[in-house]
Structures are given as C-alpha cells and as structure tokens.
Design a protein around this ligand. Structure first.
Ligand SMILES: Cc1cc2nc3c(=O)[nH]c(=O)nc-3n(C[C@H](O)[C@H](O)[C@H](O)COP(=O)(O)OP(=O)(O)OC[C@H]3O[C@@H](n4cnc5c(N)ncnc54)[C@H](O)[C@@H]3O)c2cc1C
Ligand code: SF4
Length: 495
C-alpha cells in the first residue's frame, strides 16, 4: 500500500474536461492533459484492501491494488507490466470503459471510489511515452494458422494472445479499416482513432496479418476458411439493430444510429462515406443533423453518442427519449454495492446539451407531402407493477407530436448477422447469438466464437476479456496445453 492515509488526505479528482462551447466544434478527445503527479495522488487513495473487490468487478481481473501501489511509487514500468498482464488494450478501456471496477471499489461504500480508469489510462500513456510498449519479436512459432474474423476489441485481443502463443494469425475485416466498433461506432470525441493505429503498428510488427475489405462468407468462403486454417475464431460483433416498425418508418429522415455514427467517423477519418459499418451501400446518402430537430430513440451509450454527434453537426434541438422509467439518481436498492449500480448516468454528450425524457413510447413518424419526416408522435407512459411485473400503461390525453426532421434509432442490437458466413458454417444459435461452450461452437470443434457475436451486445472490456479467454481455448485445442493467462472466476455478477 503506497500511502496508508491517502484516502483520508486526497479527494477523487479526474482530469478536467475541455469547455463545452469549445469542444462541440471539433471531434477531439474531451479530457485535458494531466500531470503524472495527479495520477500519483489518485493512486495514493487505494487502501490495498485484503479482499480487493475492484479486481473482482473487472471482467479482465485487472490486478488493481498492485498497479495503484506501483503508480504511487512512480514505478511506471512495473505498473505497466502488471496492467499489461491482464489487459491487452488499456488505452481503450482507460478511455471508454464504464469502469465496473470503480462501482465495486471498497472505498466507494462511503466515499468516492478510487479513480481506477484514469490511473489505467495514465499507466498506458506513460508506458507509450517511455517507449515501453514494444513489439515482441522473439516469438517461437508453432506452425499453426488461425483465422480471426472481425477486428473489434474481441478479435484484436484474441489475435494478440494467439500470436503471443506462437500461432500465425490472420485477422479478416469487411470494413475498410481495422477496429470494429472502436473505429466505426464509438465517436472520435470519446476515442481518437490514432489510439487504435498506434496499437495496430505494434501488432503488425509482431507478425499479425490484417486483411481489410474482406467480407468472410463472400470474398472468402466458409469452406476455404476451414480448409486454410487450423482453427477459426469468429468475432463479428452483434450487428443487427433493433428496428421500430411503426407507421412512417419508411420516411426520409428516419435512420439507424449506426448509419449516422459510422458516417461521421468516416468523415473525420477523411474516408468515403458510401458504405455503412456492415459494408452495405447506403440508400440514404449523407446524414446530417445540421439545423434539424433531432430525436434520439433509446437511452443507452449509442443514443448518447448520437446526442454528442448531433450537437457537433449544429442541430437545432436534440431530444433523447427512452421507454423505461427514469432511473434513480443514486444506486438503486436492487443493485447494492459491489454490484454494477442501476442509476441515472449523465454522459459528457448529455452535458453538451440535450432534453432527456423517460417513460415515452413512440406511436408514429409523421411526414410531409414529399415523404420527409416532420414530427414524431409520442405518448407518456405510466409504469405499473402488476403481479410483480412491470406493465406500461399509456397516460390518457398525453399523446402529442414533437417536431423532428431526423430520428435516430438507438434501441440496441438483436444479434449477429446470421445469413452468410454463420449459416454457411452451420452453427447453432442461442437467443440469436452464436452458441458456444467454452468459446467452442457446438457444431464444429475447430470453430470458436467470442465477443458480442457470442455474448450479445456488451462492452469493450467484456469483448477484450472474451477475446483473451477464447484465445486460450483455441490454444488448448491446437496444442493440448496453454501458457496464456487464464482469468480467475468472478465471485459475483457484474455488468
Ligand atoms: C455507438 C456505440 C458506442 C459504444 N460505446 C461504448 C463505450 O463507450 N464503452 C464500451 O465499453 N462499449 C461501448 N460500446 C459497445 C462496444 O463497442 C462493443 O461491445 C464491442 O465493440 C464489441 O466488440 P466485438 O469485437 O465483439 O465486436 P465489434 O466491435 O462489433 O467488431 C466486429 C467486427 O467484425 C466485422 N465483421 C463482422 N462480420 C464479418 C465478416 N463476415 N467478415 C469480416 N468481418 C466481419 C465487423 O465489420 C466489425 O468490424 C458501444 C457500442 C456502440 C454501437
Ligand atoms: S477496492 Fe478500491 S481501495 Fe480497495 S484495493 Fe481496490 S481500488 Fe484499492
């Protein structure tokens, strides 16, 4: 433990954010730079608990008290070594993770928790700036070839681990750039894309091959994949969005959130904006929120990213509506510490300006004579508990039309795209996702699955965790033994 009285002396402080009026005019990261001494103070707040619940709350099993101690001692090299042993990409999680570790931090019982995510970001940035993140060029090769299909965080983590184990790894990606939702879902103001490129340079130098613009199932057939590789790992994500089939859905101005978001990421990257993140050609052309009344339908991360992007486009107004009731301001009784708390979350995008409404149902999209969206018909809901179950009842007389020229559907994702590769591989599905036991599919022992494609829509930290675990399962399958790190099983359910 670095400083026994640290948690009494120092308060939780995070890096300052850039001023709203400045940041909504660009797509740069929101946090301002910070000094390493700031991180040291935050690390000093860690109590080095006998039972570190933070470690258990993290899907990766990050060894948090140990790296906090190393940061307090300003031993960045050791801190990086500890962090890198459980997390391939702290530069992603240190920026965009909702930090379930912090929700289960013991200090969080009666004080603000340790700023673990910020410490994680500081460690990896200190490691890069000190030249500690170097390709490992001394890998002993096994002669086995593994295909990883999909280059999101699950595929990238698996590729890094499988390569470390000595296998020859090829990552296939149907988009024009590597990164999955890190690249074409999450906006630059949350994760600037040079952060991905910096990591890819290290991975390429370590011998991993990346093939973009390659839709496996179409450009490379399932049979070829099975013939050319000793094992195949599917990490294609959960890409089928939940639709809203109400009257007027066909109107011009109603779009899935991902069409809007991926287009903007491509604009920032100065790439052509003609195909979406699935490689499908846009029928709708460029989507802009400029001077429009925007309504974002869905209250999660994707919806919040639409809010931030709409404000950067210069929308006339931005409203976000959600079917479910407003969550409590503090941790709900149903999710006591150390569980992931059900509570109201206000993102940096919400801080930039947005009207938020809960318990709202959508009845119809209303168009003008030219088929353009002009309003959204909504109704307020009264959520009642009947026989222990939540039941939504429309509030009489509350139906009304709100002006809306751009509606963005951000109501989540159903499952991966099954037609094409997955059907050709004759896989089994569970709730629409690829069914697998210990990451191995139930129909072909050499085919594995991980990340959102197996687990359903989730988080980057879970995708990395799944990629690592699946890589170990593949390594065991190929070699009969594995030296890759295994994560300790969690004691309690987490996000
Ligand atoms: C808008 C948005 C914002 C989000 N924000 C956050 C956040 O702030 N924090 C957080 O933790 N999580 C966030 N998430 C969730 C997170 O991004 C995902 O859980 C995570 O990226 C899943 O990783 P994955 O590797 O399983 O799949 P993905 O990232 O979806 O990557 C799958 C990749 O596979 C490719 N692919 C699919 N099929 C094929 C094929 N047949 N051939 C070749 N390539 C194929 C796809 O093109 C894609 O690039 C967000 C999600 C969205 C949509
Ligand atoms: S639970 Fe919090 S205080 Fe305890 S070891 Fe983990 S980070 Fe430190």
């Amino acid at each position: 433990m670095g400083k026994p009285t640290g948690f009494l002396e120092f308060t939780r402080e995070l890096p300052k954010k850039r001023d709203v009026q400045q940041r909504i005019h660009d797509y740069k990261e929101i946090e301002k730079p910070y000094a390493e001494e700031d991180t040291q103070k935050q690390a000093a707040r860690c109590m080095d608990c006998g039972i570190p619940f933070c470690h258990n709350g993290c899907p990766l099993g990050n060894i948090i008290p140990e790296f906090n101690d190393a940061v307090y001692e300003q031993n960045w090299e050791y801190a990086y070594e500890i962090l890198a042993s459980t997390n391939n990409f702290p530069e992603f999680t240190g920026r965009i993770c909702p930090a379930p570790c912090e929700s289960s931090c013991v200090l969080g019982i009666n004080k603000p928790p340790v700023a673990i995510e910020f410490i994680e970001k500081s460690i990896i940035e200190a490691a890069y700036s000190r030249g500690l993140v170097q390709p490992n060029n001394a890998i002993k090769r096994t002669g086995k070839a593994v295909a990883v299909v999909g280059s999101g965080p699950a595929g990238l983590a698996a590729a890094a681990q499988l390569n470390k184990a000595g296998h020859t790894v090829t990552v296939f990606e149907r988009a024009d750039q590597i990164g999955g939702l890190l690249r074409y879902g999450i906006p630059d103001f949350k994760l600037e894309k040079w952060v991905i490129d910096r990591r890819l340079d290290v991975m390429k130098a370590e011998g991993i091959t990346f093939k973009t613009n390659t839709n496996v199932g179409e450009h490379v057939k399932a049979k070829e994949l099975l013939a050319d590789f000793d094992a195949v790992l599917l990490t294609g994500g959960s890409t089928v969005p939940r639709d809203l089939p109400i009257p007027g859905r066909e109107l011009k101005g109603v779009h899935f959130a991902m069409e809007f978001l991926s287009q903007q990421n491509k604009r920032v990257a100065e790439r052509p904006v003609e195909v979406d993140h699935r490689g499908v050609k846009y029928a709708s052309g460029d989507i802009f929120a400029t001077d429009k009344n925007v309504v974002v339908i869905g209250g999660g991360d994707t919806g919040s990213d639409c809010v931030g992007t709409s404000n950067r486009h210069g929308a006339k107004s931005v409203t976000q509506i959600e079917l479910m009731p407003m969550p409590p301001a503090e941790r709900a009784e149903s999710t006591p510490w150390p569980n992931w708390p059900m509570m109201l979350r206000t993102s940096t995008s919400h801080e930039e300006g947005c009207d938020r409404h809960w318990s709202i149902n959508t009845k119809a999209f209303i168009g003008d004579e030219n088929g353009n969206l002009k309003a959204l018909r909504i109704v307020e809901l009264d959520w009642q508990t009947v026989d222990g179950k939540m039941k939504m009842v429309e509030v009489p007389g509350s139906e009304r039309d709100i002006p809306c020229e751009l509606a963005l559907l951000a109501a989540g994702f159903l499952h991966p795209q099954q037609e094409g590769l997955l059907d050709a591989l004759e896989l089994e599905y569970e709730r629409g996702n690829v069914k697998a036991v210990n990451y191995q599919t139930t129909t072909n022992p050499k085919v594995f699955a991980a990340g959102d494609m197996r687990r359903g829509q989730s988080l980057v930290v879970w995708a990395i965790s799944e990629g690592r675990e699946a890589a170990r399962a593949v390594d065991l399958f190929l070699m009969g033994d594995s030296q890759l790190e295994a994560k300790a099983k969690s004691m309690f359910a987490t996000v």
